[in-house]
Ligand binder design. Structure first.
Ligand SMILES: Nc1ncnc2c1ncn2[C@@H]1O[C@H](COP(=O)(O)OP(=O)(O)OP(=O)(O)O)[C@@H](O)[C@H]1O
Ligand SMILES: [Mg+2]
Length: 261
């Protein structure tokens, strides 16, 4: 059984069919890339998995369980954490506060058990603190913990978002364009981080990625999209050489050339 199974998923926005009968699997333990030109439907798929969008058709199964209609705030509790295409951090808060928010947004205690500081609330508090410190150590954020996010290099900000997702103790991480905006050195660092997340923490990763060097370096398998449909799947080499993929990217380059002419 695959860890994540997407079957016949379709999502429409007015006249735009953002996803059309999409089926794909993510296996336990792999790093799996979603590639495809702008507007191909990659983020829409992430939003369907994480409960932000309701697909009109099809199903999302996680560990064999149907999660298609789960509310978005319940998804992290099941073991799926994500980062966003446009960094979603509180820029005027510290690194520590941003990372702590990851846990506090999904707490399971009630207001009363917290007000009275009952044992369950206390246990969760200790556990949350431990997870936050582990994530800070794992991503080498110790020197930045009390710094304001706004003044930090972009690569560090991206690590803060990764750390916040890690505090949820996920089995699956969804990363939407983790390398966008990073310089070559930061991109290489990100590749090492993703490998560590896979190998040391045993977390399965599904990422949207435009940088083919990142895809080749860290991904086991790739699914390529164009206009909401899967056009190729396989290893990074297989998919990059696939005629449909070459055509999809060439089409995009031609559009760019026409736009700048
Ligand atoms: N909330 C929305 N309302 C209306 N249309 C949307 C919405 N979200 C996505 N779309 C449309 O669905 C299609 C797929 O968009 P999506 O953001 O999933 O693409 P993407 O593959 O992530 O692209 P990019 O590489 O630019 O991030 C696009 O045509 C987009 O305009
Ligand atoms: Mg996107």
């Amino acid at each position: 059984m695959a860890l994540l199974e997407i079957s016949d998923l379709s999502k429409r926005f007015g006249g735009v069919r953002a996803l059309k009968d999409v089926s794909m699997n993510v296996e336990q333990g792999e790093v799996h890339a979603l590639i495809g030109p702008n507007g191909a439907g990659k983020t829409t798929l992430f939003n369907c998995i994480s409960g932000l969008y309701r697909p009109e058709q099809g199903a999302v199964r996680f560990k064999g369980r149907d999660i298609t209609r789960k509310a978005s705030h319940k998804i992290p509790q099941l073991g799926i954490a994500r980062t966003f295409q446009n960094l979603e951090l509180f820029r005027n808060a510290t690194v520590l506060d941003n990372i702590m928010l990851g846990r506090y947004m999904h707490k399971r205690t009630t207001f009363f058990s917290e007000a009275l500081f009952l044992p369950k609330a206390r246990r969760q508090e200790v556990e949350s603190r431990r997870k936050v410190e582990e994530a800070i150590d794992f991503l080498d954020l110790q020197p930045y913990r009390n710094r304001m996010v706004a003044g930090l290099p972009f690569g560090i900000q991206k690590c803060v978002e990764l750390a916040r997702a890690l505090t949820l103790d996920p089995e699956l991480m969804l990363l939407d364009e983790p390398s966008s905006g990073l310089n070559p050195e930061e991109t290489q660092d990100l590749c090492f981080r993703i490998e560590d997340i896979q190998e040391e923490l045993g977390i399965t990763v599904l990422l949207v990625e435009h940088d083919m060097r990142v895809v080749s370096e860290v991904c086991d398998r790739v699914t390529a999209f164009d206009f909401g449909e899967v056009i190729a799947r396989g290893t990074p080499e297989e998919v990059q050489q696939h005629p449909e993929v070459i055509k999809a990217y060439l089409g995009e380059e031609e559009e760019d050339a026409a736009a700048s002419a």
